[in-house]
Design a protein around this ligand. Sequence first.
Ligand SMILES: Cc1cc2nc3c(=O)[nH]c(=O)nc-3n(C[C@H](O)[C@H](O)[C@H](O)COP(=O)(O)OP(=O)(O)OC[C@H]3O[C@@H](n4cnc5c(N)ncnc54)[C@H](O)[C@@H]3O)c2cc1C
Length: 478
Amino acid sequence: MTSAIEDTRLLDDLAALLGPRGFTRDPADLAPWLVDWRGRVRGAALALVSPADARQVAAVVTLAAAAEMPLVPQGGNTSMVAGATPPAHGRALILSLRRMRAIRSVSAADGVAIVEAGVPLQALHEAAEAEGMRFPLSLAAKGSATIGGLVSTNAGGTQVLRFGPMRALVLGLEAVLPDGSVFNGLSALRKDNRGYDLRQLLCGAEGTLGLVTAAALRLVPAIGARAVAWVGLDTPEAALGLLRRLEAATGAAVESFELVPADAVDLVLRHIPGARAPLRKSHRWNVLIEATAPKGAPDPAEAMQAVLAAGLEDGSLADAVIAASETQAEALWALRETISEAERADGVAAKHDVAVPVSAMPGFITSGRAAVEARFTGTRVIAFGHLGDGNVHFNVRAPAGADAAAWLAEEGAAVNAYVHDLVVAAGGSISAEHGIGQTKLAEYARLAEPARLAAQRAIKAALDPRGLMNPGKLVPLA
Ligand SMILES: Cc1cc2nc3c(=O)[nH]c(=O)nc-3n(C[C@H](O)[C@H](O)[C@H](O)COP(=O)(O)OP(=O)(O)OC[C@H]3O[C@@H](n4cnc5c(N)ncnc54)[C@H](O)[C@@H]3O)c2cc1C
């Protein structure tokens, strides 16, 4: 049993340990971190604690464990599933890693960067580039999303096709476990066969098994040549066919292949200042393609041009443009990366981040869209994203003229269940890259295979027997 007096003692101890830079109870300091990025889930916390190093993190975890105080790890707070938002009851501490921003080393010789959990992704990109290297994972929230958050959500992004998600890029981790012990696993060994892989267990654990304080991450050589194209076509099937032809022609050079429907382009043109249509006419489907090669390797632009020209000739593609400059390439990418922002500006939608086997995705998009729009009269599905990974964001918009927020409150749960049932029937996952967090927990509990749930609960109970690490996220209660 804990009491208010013990909580006050814990807060006093933490204030003394961390000092004014690392501890605050000021409501104005806490406010931005109590609500999720989408502004849909609001929580409360007794304090925001921001340790400066792994030693302080371990001390915080030890003190909190003794007082049975729940901890909510937080990085950039860009979670799409309210994974870093504290519980509504408010007896919890937000443990922010944002002060831990050191880039400990960047080694071109080893192809490894060792960075602390609070480093924003963009800062890692810049540090790697300064050494002639590249960290090959990017996403639209790169200015805010942190390494600790990216590891803990096993983030995906736009280069998974070629380099895999975060799990494929994490070579080592330093972490504080729920009992306050420090796991020193930063040695970045390419081979290490000592049984259960704690490093991989912490990837995607959403802060439920401990706190990532630093990571050793794989780097690849910087880009020497880059070809970025925007293609208009009629169907998702035609898009997947194009991907396979491009892969055959360019070797492993294609690293992004993003599907964008006409509706999404329209939203961006309507809501994002300065956005311009990429092609002369609107097309039902579009793909944004990026192929790259390191210095000294053949420029992929020539092969890409040949494949696109052949597609225009045989009628499998409707139109295409290859960026003639970095500015044009960035403008094409901006169209893709501002879709979420444009959607938000247009009103709420029931959002789903789903995966099915790659070859099944074109059929899933077409039949899933028809099924949802028939079942929920007046709705419109916008499915876009990482076609080459078999992952799209399958978002269902409210009927025209409806109060979108009221529609979501009334119909949202039924829409989510309907979409998720379609995904499970197709052998897919209801969370391709955003994780489970809070907002998908009930659906995950409803749909996950019993063996998966039992194993997850057993792991959680073994490492965090008191359930203090990010409770209410990822692992459904039995
Ligand atoms: C515009 C936009 C675009 C996005 N695009 C993508 C995308 O393409 N692909 C994708 O995968 N995601 C995407 N996301 C989601 C989000 O950016 C990722 O989930 C990211 O990894 C979260 O990082 P963060 O630092 O903001 O973590 P937070 O949101 O702060 O936390 C995320 C989760 O990790 C835990 N956590 C955070 N730091 C630590 C730590 N140090 N130790 C232990 N646990 C921790 C939190 O408790 C929480 O469960 C996008 C988000 C936005 C807003």
